[in-house]
Design a binder for this molecule. Structure first.
Ligand SMILES: [Zn+2]
Length: 115
């Protein structure tokens, strides 16, 4: 009986596959930064300001040099303060004076509306 001897020594060379780059385990140290520096902001005043544009000519007459007239209604809690802010050739000022806190927002308001 002829036994077919298979001589098939196929050279199965297992190609050593290069290992996919070993995943470098990155050890990321996540430091919990718990030192949140919370700066206490200069207390934002809970004040609401409402701007109402007024007509300076109507209010002050045709000869007025007032270019802008803005009523500022300032609401502080329950208190309401009315301001009258003017702009004339001398600049901005409130009926309470130039240093009145209503001047800056009124100015800003005017700049937004007219430029
Ligand atoms: Zn004022």
């Amino acid at each position: 009986m002829a036994s077919a001897k298979k001589k098939g020594r196929a050279a199965v060379r297992g190609k050593a596959k290069p290992k996919p780059r070993a995943r470098a385990k990155k050890r990321v140290k996540v430091k919990a930064k718990k030192q949140a520096k919370v700066k206490v902001k200069a207390k934002a005043p809970a004040v609401a300001m409402r701007m109402i544009d007024l007509d300076p000519v109507r209010k002050c007459g045709p000869a007025t040099s007032v270019e802008r007239l803005i009523r500022v209604v300032e609401k502080k809690d329950a208190e309401v303060v009315n301001h009258l802010v003017f702009l004339d050739r001398h600049g901005w000022y409130c009926e309470h004076g130039r240093g009145c806190p209503a001047v800056a927002p009124a100015r800003k308001h005017a700049g937004r509306a007219y430029r």
